[in-house]
Design a protein around this ligand. Structure first.
Ligand code: AMP
Length: 562
């Protein structure tokens, strides 16, 4: 079975294709969203999702989150003294999702289509693929998140050509993509975004408003207090969609504080963030050569598009109502599941050609004559420009720069800088040319880049027709199958708890946190319920466990107001 996975910055989801269309697979706790949070304790036990997030306020040094942002980098995360790369943390999330799917479907899951942001460069896509492999999943195809959204909305099935803007505001990232559907081809025309803007910034504004009103400074709060305040602010942020005023309660140094915040105050405080949203919208339109009024439909994805402040702003900006028929958290995973079905060539889905854009510029190093007889080395000459629709093939003719030059060396580079040295070196080719005065001989350099991230470079000497060719697949950080196997073995010391205990663990962690946050009678009452539950767990009496657990959950829910 091939599944579709949305490996998100804040939350991840797994979906599969059924006769009635794509469906989300619930995790071991019965929820569709699994927070992309990982925790590892000193004994090497791994916690993923809600349980890991719950550990955040209790044991902050053992928890990692938002690691998708560092995907493809060498960033080192240390959890309980153990080292992890971003893709390794992601692989733990994927492993958990895979297990959930296998238990739900009753069959092995061996392959996945994973969604990635449209702007993810080759390095980050490869790291995502490795994360899949480390989790025991074959990843042959990836789908860009906006394309997945359009596919989930069934937009590829239209008869009329359409232009869409996919507005994706997640927890920590913001992406705008412009897609065009014509003659059965769904094409990403342009992408833009802000890697450091998302729902969490809106939470931060809420927290800051509270601090301002309560006359407190963030830096005076302990780490645990900050985590708690942000959790309260998060709740208030979601609640303000439906009311004019929200109240935030917060226990500060044994004192219970409370502040009211109005919708209007919040909207004003968010003004700057809303302005920031405008920029990538403008940039993507400019890159696609379109105006706001050329957009036929706007799709909203990402949890933070539920914020009514954001929706109101978008309606004003686009002068139309966005399409919100689907759950914004689930759209991408559902689209990835449809893509998985296309890969399996299931009859129920129509094959469509999905294209993508190249999210970076590919070019070569050249010498530039900037004045009569004056040269500058090391300049970058773009061949396939950023946002070019792929598959794509472009040729650039380069002339000899010096008299009696006998060779031309083509260095293949990726990046946006005018200077070759600042861009990423991918490989090089050398070809002999007949000697002669500078500028007489020329080579045609052709780059062909396809949807599977294969770059073919061909150099032809114009006067002789001689050719040299190379294909660039990998990059410096590519791991071989053996290396993957070895790292999988190394990671095998990590103990993943049996799925059945997950709920018990989560309840205990929530209770432990709540205990720390309360005082006096509440604290004593919680202690009674926790002790009873722990006692039942120790005795291993099933009925007793269920009974004391239910009782504890009831108290927690009352206290947490959920
Ligand atoms: P995602 O990364 O797409 O899972 O989005 C997560 C973000 O969506 C977080 O910042 C959440 O606070 C935010 N979010 C989820 N539900 C709501 C809601 N009902 N109202 C406002 N923001 C929400």
């Amino acid at each position: 079975m091939i599944v579709g996975i949305d490996l998100g910055t804040t939350n991840s989801l797994i979906a599969y294709f059924t006769e009635e269309g794509p469906k989300i697979i619930p995790n071991r706790l019965g929820k569709n969203l699994t927070p992309s949070v990982v925790s590892v304790d000193s004994e090497g036990t791994v916690y993923v999702g809600e349980t890991a997030r719950e550990r955040m306020s209790l044991y902050p040094d053992t928890v990692a989150e938002t690691f998708k942002r560092s995907m493809g980098t060498e960033r080192d995360y240390i959890l309980s003294g153990k080292h992890f790369k971003p893709e390794e943390l992601s692989s733990l999330v994927l492993r958990s999702l895979k297990e959930d799917a296998e238990s739900f479907l009753g069959e092995e899951v061996t392959e996945a289509v994973i969604s990635v942001p449209a702007y993810f460069d080759d390095k980050r896509r490869k790291a995502t693929k490795r994360a899949g492999e480390l989790a025991g999943l074959k990843v042959e195809r990836m789908i860009s998140e906006p394309t997945a959204a359009a596919v989930a909305y069934g937009l590829y099935d239209r008869t009329r050509d359409t232009r869409f803007l996919v507005f994706d505001l997640g927890g920590g990232t913001f992406d705008v993509s412009i897609l065009e559907l014509y003659h059965n081809i769904l094409e990403v025309r342009a992408v833009a975004g802000d890697n450091y803007l998302g729902g969490e910034d809106f939470t931060e504004i809420m927290a800051k408003l509270f601090l301002q009103k309560a006359k407190l400074q963030l830096q005076n709060l302990s780490e645990k207090e900050q985590v708690r305040l942000f959790r309260e602010a998060e709740k208030a942020k979601c609640a303000i969609n439906d009311t004019d005023t929200v109240s935030i309660g917060f226990l500060y140094k044994e004192e219970a504080l409370e502040q009211q915040i109005t919708y209007k105050e919040y909207e004003e405080a968010c003004e700057e963030l809303l302005m920031k949203i405008r920029e990538p919208v403008k940039k993507s339109l400019a890159d696609a050569g379109l105006k706001l009024s050329d957009i036929d439909e706007v799709l909203l994805i990402g949890g933070a598009t539920r914020l009514s402040i954001v929706r109101d702003f978008l309606i004003r900006l686009f002068r139309k109502f966005p399409d919100t028929r689907m759950n914004p958290d689930e759209t991408v995973a559902l689209g990835a599941a449809v893509q998985a079905a296309m890969k399996e060539r299931r009859e129920e889905v129509k094959e469509v050609i999905l294209t993508d854009v190249c999210s970076f510029t590919l070019g070569t190093e050249v010498v530039v004559e900037y004045d009569e007889g004056k040269y500058e080395d090391g300049r970058f000459c773009p061949i396939i420009e950023r946002n070019t629709v792929i598959p794509a093939s472009h040729t650039e003719r380069l002339y000899t720069a010096r008299d009696n030059q006998s060779k031309v060396r083509v260095r293949v580079l990726q990046g946006e800088s005018r200077f070759a040295r600042n861009n990423l070196f991918l490989g090089e080719l050398e070809i002999e040319i007949p000697k002669g005065p500078k500028g007489r001989e020329a080579v045609d350099v052709t780059y062909t880049y396809d949807i599977n991230s294969l770059l073919e470079v061909e150099v032809t000497v114009v006067s002789t027709g001689e050719k040299q060719k190379m294909v660039i697949k990998g990059q410096d950080n590519e791991m071989t199958e053996e290396e993957i196997k070895k790292r999988m073995e190394e990671l095998a010391y990590l103990k993943v708890q049996p799925r059945d205990y997950e709920e018990n663990r989560l309840v205990l962690l929530r209770a432990e946190r709540m205990y720390e946050e309360s005082l006096g009678d509440r604290r004593r009452m919680l202690d009674r319920y926790i002790t009873a539950f722990e006692g039942a767990l120790k005795d291993g009496d099933h009925d007793q466990i269920m009974e004391t657990r239910e009782a504890l959950i009831e108290v927690l829910e009352e206290e947490d107001g959920e």
